[in-house]
Design a protein around this ligand. Structure first.
Ligand code: ADP
Ligand code: MG
Length: 686
């Protein structure tokens, strides 16, 4: 049972654990002789009984009339039986492993140590070592499994079934069978199985399993709901918007599963370490057994015994189990808070963050703009200007576009992120011919609306398209007093006017940035495609160390690379650079940064693909939280490494000096391992 089992493979696959409780373990480890608890208990009892008999024979308490050689042979035979009862599977496994070319594993070590002990006449210790080893392994397995279960329970968001409504009848089907456009019913208390929009009913939705925030959100007709969240109070009908395989809960689980594959440097180090460490200890043990007797005429059996202790102690079990478990707990803690990291390696990078780079719109600011000023040129009405802009922006998901579209709508009772109205708008715009829609990242859009070429965007766009009349109106005095982002509109190459929209800094941005500073982040930097003036204002408001404006997406990438180079040159401690963005126009930057953090990713695909860490809810305060939690996890893992290596070294020294025995060695091994497992679990709490 095993250290080995936990080390490679998908045993940590939370899904396997959840759905095939009990089987998954054996299944993924292919352990043919995994002893069940019951058989282990029987074997332990038999072994203890045999051992007692052997001792009684040896001491001559039973059958004192026996003579040599029987007097010593009989107890030995009983000891060996006891030994085989408790340790036969370890022996078999280590022989098998030798044939598979994996010589230096702990089973091999236990086998050599215990067989060696029998050979030098320490049968009692051989049995004892094997007995404690087996009990210890069972305890370790139990503890590790329990911990893994409790971690994966946190992520228990996969829905098992959905109520499909067709012609007023309800059928319960697996969520995979539901198609986009189907209507499903969710009763109070049930988990929402697929992403969609409420078309009937109202309820409060508990999103804590997805966002980590335990606040109820009141949802009604037109609101988007996500799978994995829980319908608390009302009966709701949902029109499904995404197939099950792309739904939020499945994506979260997939990310957590894949996170196990990307190992942290510490984990890789441990695997390498174990590979070198065990043979080295075996070599030392051999020297210890052979050199003193040969060179200094010491007693053979005494030095062989010391060497055997060496072997028992050298089991790297505590490291092999506790290190991955610690990282797993760390990843679990983050996901409980709505933060998904795509690998344990990102915990290390997060913990080492020295520079934080942010996108502006939607990350530091709310990304929901309000139109504050409409300023058309002569002969154009305000309504016309807004309508033209809104039509051109109809299909863009950029926050700027959505605010322009929204301002063209009749007032809506469905809240700010309303998908129903978008549809109504599309309906009311049915008669408008919209062609050649092109989104120019970081600049704006161009589209042919009813045969006229419309441009809506910033200075860069107007200049590159050589719009006539733009230069004269560019520095409009009236509008420069109003702060905000200026969107210019042109039709058929002629300037039509501009719309000033303003965004607001998120209320928690400032405190989150301050907290980052307290955590040792040296620089907070903002990158934005917006104009200098708008950028400057926000930078001042948020006390940013640096900001760069008017950047196209490719400029942002170059700027980030510059920043990363500087960090490399300047800081000796190789700090990492993290970038937080919302995935709109900044996917390449998310990918390039040491840690790309996508904000508010609930439902956003591009960001989830590009990012290394995904924050489900649009909250900046989760970034310092993630860093703190990552640091805690790393600290715990390092504690475990230091603690187990220290105890091993102490016992090794003691045994080399002849001050230890095999009992102590095996207790140290099992004890350290259990303590390390318990310690790993502390990473579960943020
Ligand atoms: P940020 O870096 O602040 O997140 P983006 O790179 O997404 O901003 O966009 C930069 C600028 O490009 C915006 O401030 C806006 O002026 C313009 N822009 C981008 N997309 C659009 C759009 N769909 N319509 C109008 N203007 C846009
Ligand atoms: Mg952006």
């Amino acid at each position: 049972m095993s250290c080995h089992c936990h080390e490679h493979d998908g045993c940590e696959n939370p899904d396997a654990h959840k759905h095939e409780h009990g089987h998954s373990h054996d299944e993924c480890c292919h352990h043919d002789e995994e002893p069940s608890i019951k058989s282990l208990v029987i074997r332990v009892c038999l072994t203890v009984l045999f051992t007692i008999f052997a001792i009684l024979f040896e001491k001559g308490i039973i059958l004192p009339q026996l003579v040599l050689p029987w007097k010593s042979l009989l107890p030995l035979l009983i000891f060996i039986s006891a030994y085989l009862i408790i340790g036969y599977d370890v022996l078999l496994r280590s022989v098998k492993n030798i044939f598979h070319g994996e010589i230096f594993d702990e089973k091999f070590l236990m086998t050599v140590a215990s067989v060696g002990a029998i050979c030098i006449g320490e049968s009692l210790e051989a049995v004892g070592v094997m007995l404690f080893y087996q009990i210890g392994e069972a305890l370790q397995d139990y503890a590790a499994d329990k911990s893994r279960d409790s971690i994966t329970e946190l992520l228990d968001i996969r829905p098992d079934s959905a109520r499909k409504i067709e012609e007023n009848t309800e059928t319960i089907v697996t969520p995979e069978k539901i198609q986009v456009g189907d209507v499903i019913l969710v009763k109070p208390g049930e988990r929402i199985p697929l992403d969609g929009t409420i078309i009937q009913g109202e309820s409060s939705i508990d999103t804590s399993s997805v966002t980590g925030e335990s606040r109820l959100f009141e949802a009604g007709k037109g609101d988007a709901v996500y799978s994995g969240t829980v319908n608390k109070s009302g009966l709701i009908h949902i029109r499904v918007e995404k197939p099950f395989s792309e739904s939020t809960s499945v994506r979260i689980l997939e990310m957590v599963e894949h996170a196990q594959e990307k190992k942290a440097r510490t984990q890789n180090f441990i695997t390498k370490f174990a590979k070198i460490y065990t043979p080295v200890v075996c070599g030392i043990a051999l020297c210890l057994a052979v050199i003193p007797p040969l060179a200094f005429k010491q007693v053979w059996s005494q030095w062989i015994y010391r060497a055997l202790i060496f072997l028992v102690v050298s089991c790297p079990c505590a490291l092999i189990i506790s290190v991955p478990l610690g990282f797993f707990a760390g990843l679990g803690a983050l996901s409980k808070n709505g933060i998904l990291a795509k690998g344990a390696n990102y915990l290390e990078l997060l913990a080492n963050a020295k520079t934080a780079v942010f996108d502006k719109t939607g990350t530091l600011t709310k990304g929901t703009f309000e139109v504050t000023l409409i300023h058309p040129v002569e002969n154009i009405s305000e309504e016309t200007l807004i309508a033209i802009a809104a039509h051109a922006e109809l299909y863009s998901i950029h926050p700027v576009a959505q605010s322009l579209v929204r301002s063209h709508l009749p007032p809506c009772e469905h809240g700010s992120q309303c998908t129903v109205c978008k549809r109504e708008l599309l309906d009311c715009c049915k008669n408008i011919r919209l062609e050649n829609v092109k989104e120019l990242a970081g600049q704006g859009v161009s589209a042919t609306v009813d045969g006229k070429k419309v441009l809506a965007g910033n200075d860069v766009l107007m200049e590159s398209e050589k719009v006539s009349g733009f230069e004269e109106n560019k520095n409009c005095e009236k509008c420069s007093e109003v702060s905000g982002t200026v969107i210019h509109v042109a039709v058929d190459g002629k300037y039509f006017g501009h719309i000033v929209i303003s965004d607001q800094v998120k209320p928690e941005s400032k405190s989150a940035l301050q907290e980052l500073k307290k955590l040792g982040i040296e620089k907070n930097i903002m990158l934005t495609g917006d104009a200098e003036k708008a950028a400057q204002k926000i930078a001042k408001q948020l006390d940013l160390d640096e900001y760069y404006s008017q950047l196209l997406p490719c400029d942002k990438l170059m700027k980030l690379e510059n920043i990363m180079e500087q960090v490399q040159i300047k800081s000796a401690a190789k700090g990492s650079v993290l970038f937080a963005g919302d995935g709109i126009n900044d996917a390449p930057v998310l990918t390039r940064a040491d840690v790309g953090i996508a904000m508010g990713a609930m439902g956003s695909d591009a960001a989830i693909e590009a990012a290394d860490v995904v924050i489900m809810k649009d909250e900046l305060s989760k970034i310092p939280l993630a860093i703190r939690s990552a640091r805690k996890t790393l600290r715990i893992v390092k504690e475990n490494i230091a603690f187990s290596i220290a105890v091993k070294i102490i016992v090794l020294l003691l045994s080399a000096a002849g001050l230890s025995n095999m009992w102590l060695a095996v207790f140290a091994d099992v004890g350290v391992c259990l303590l390390a497992i318990l310690n790993s679990l502390r990473a579960l709490k943020v």
